[in-house]
Design a protein around this ligand. Structure first.
Ligand code: FEO
Length: 174
């Protein structure tokens, strides 16, 4: 496996692992606030990010590279509000998208079309995750400080919790 691609894939493993821990910290905070729907949504989101990480680990190893399992910085323990949580989440997803785009760029530069093909799954996934995060931030902005609105949003989030993908971490499958 090309060294630059391997490095970029390992960087991405670290990003997905960090995302998982970050959202886990948000979920735990939300649970402590009695925001059970939000907590459930974020716990599922954390699981989904772990799945993204695992899929990369398997791919790197299957292609003859060496996946590196990273040590991670501790995520924050508390957040100031739902708005704070979801603005951070959106910001984080935008950063992940940038890093996926960077990976696509490197694949094209070194003509690694197999990894390029594999990464397309992440490109679509980012589109969905960004759109979802934006929708939630928009709703929170609309609700403002209205407690009844926040209660309903929390309930809605419980219903829209991401169903963690059936784990098929084998290389190119989704
Ligand atoms: Fe796997 Fe939400 O980035």
């Amino acid at each position: 496996m090309n060294e630059r691609v391997e490095q970029a894939l390992n960087d991405q493993i670290e990003k997905e692992a960090s995302s998982s821990q970050f959202y886990l910290a948000m979920a735990s905070w939300a649970e402590g606030q009695g925001l059970n729907g939000t907590a459930q949504f974020l716990y599922s989101h954390s699981d989904e990010e772990r799945f993204h990480m695992l899929k990369l680990v398997k791919f790197v190893n299957e292609r003859g590279g060496t996946a590196k399992i990273p040590g991670l910085q501790s995520p924050p323990e508390s957040f100031s509000s739902m708005s704070n949580v979801f603005n951070l989440l959106l910001e984080h997803e935008l950063d992940v998208t940038q890093s996926i785009n960077n990976l696509v760029d490197i694949c094209l530069q070194v003509k690694d079309y197999t990894t390029h093909n594999f990464i397309q799954w992440y490109v679509s996934e980012q589109l969905e995750e960004e759109a979802l995060a934006r929708t939630i931030v928009d709703k929170i902005n609309m609700i403002g400080q209205d407690k009844a609105g926040l209660y309903l949003l929390d309930r809605d989030l419980e219903n829209s919790a991401i169903q963690p993908s059936v784990v098929n971490t084998a290389g190119t499958g989704a």
